[in-house]
Design a protein around this ligand. Structure first.
Ligand SMILES: [Zn+2]
Length: 69
């Protein structure tokens, strides 16, 4: 599914089994675990886009790309 790339802030792709995150725009390629640590460390606001995975219902914002399917 589409998520916000933590590097270029365009549309990155998260595999359906949550194993890896790739971005065609900037060449981002990391495991989902690395992605979590990357965004948590750099941009607290990006915790919003992880809501579907963590079960959190807060932080649904207009900036989310969750609906790109
Ligand atoms: Zn990118």
């Amino acid at each position: 599914m589409k998520i916000i790339c933590p590097k270029c802030k365009k549309g990155a792709e998260l595999t359906m089994d949550f194993t890896s995150v790739t971005c065609d725009f900037c060449g981002l390629d990391m495991s989902y675990g690395e992605y979590i640590k990357f965004v948590a460390h750099n941009e607290e606001k990006y915790s919003d886009i992880l809501g579907d995975y963590t079960g959190s219902t807060e932080g649904q914002t207009a900036g989310s790309l969750d609906d790109w399917d």
